[in-house]
Write a protein that binds this ligand. Sequence first.
Ligand SMILES: Nc1ncnc2c1ncn2[C@@H]1O[C@H](COP(=O)(O)OP(=O)(O)O)[C@@H](O)[C@H]1O
Ligand SMILES: [Mg+2]
Length: 380
Amino acid sequence: MAEVKLTQLDKSYDGGKTFVLKNINLHIEDGEFVAFVGPSGCGKSTLLRMICGLEDISGGLLELDGERSNDMPPNERRVGMVFQSYALYPHMTVRENMEFGLKLAKADKAEINRRVDEAARILQLEKLLDRKPKAMSGGQRQRVAIGRSIVQEPRLFLFDEPLSNLDVSLRVQMRQELSRLHSKLKTTAIYVTHDQVEAMTLADRIVVLSPLADGAESNLEQVGAPLELYHNPCNLFVASFIGSPKMNFFRATIVEPGQKETRVKLECGTELRVCNDTRNAKSGNKVTLGIRPQDVLNHEEADGAENCITGTIETIERLGNESFIYLNHPDIHEAFIARVEDSQRRQPGAEFHVGVPAENCHLFDASGVAFSRTRSPVFD
Ligand SMILES: Nc1ncnc2c1ncn2[C@@H]1O[C@H](COP(=O)(O)OP(=O)(O)O)[C@@H](O)[C@H]1O
Ligand SMILES: [Mg+2]
């Protein structure tokens, strides 16, 4: 098991001209399951490869169990890596694939058998040990790839989008298997994914990365427990990345700043009360108001009710247990989506009044930084 510490870690190309990762600071505790999420191209795989030694570190410090490891050869890091492509040897059976690395390392035959049998038991591959990869499903192949890592008894698991090649139902099943595996082995794990749902369901903590912007000090946006990021995103990037469907964002202005409560006005003129601490802001400041589709109330019969935004229904997605109403509103950045339980009586073209509880609102300043919530569910 391992503790991983990254201090001001950088990755640049062209002799320091092009940065991909900048100023990454992170302390992963022994036994933790941490997910790196972010859009494609933001540097997740690069960061993972720097930790396992497949990619040079341009600047900063990597410590494994307190030991400086920037230049440690990959095979000495005792790290198990599982990729999206399973990279199994097609001409070898499951058993041969799993024992290959140990044989190379000239491990004792009895010890090899013990480890392979143990991994096969954990991953429920016992009946497949004599099969070749082509006679197995994607999920089974990925289990073999994980098994190949397990037998090495690494102190740290690194997963790079291991479930991306699987269809949806298998992905959900494998997610649960990975969860179970982690609670069994308790080996520190870092899991890269662009899928925030995967990160939310698997990880103890999530690290949100963004594509490095010109002049930005870092592209590490926020680190926190899944629900912490969901309820208290520190900026617009995290707020729009975590949660599905995405948070709704409205252009607004502060009317009356305050420590516990703030009055804001949308450009359409609608005034709202929100529970955000804006005591350091001024009346007239431009802000963005955020509200999740799941956090609204249906005010259909309450035209003119307090804290209400009115839009026109564009489309309705009826999913059975719930419906998502897509609304048009002049001040919205992208779509305005409201989750409701029943939508039988609603039709496109009709007006729809969306209740926006003050304590459910998020508020961001002109640079996208969140004002803290004064009645956030996490702290209530
Ligand atoms: N040799 C290189 N020179 C410049 N940029 C590179 C080089 N190799 C990779 N990159 C850039 O690094 C970025 C991060 O890639 P990657 O870590 O694969 O992202 P992710 O895994 O988040 O999708 C990409 O935008 C890619 O263009
Ligand atoms: Mg990648």
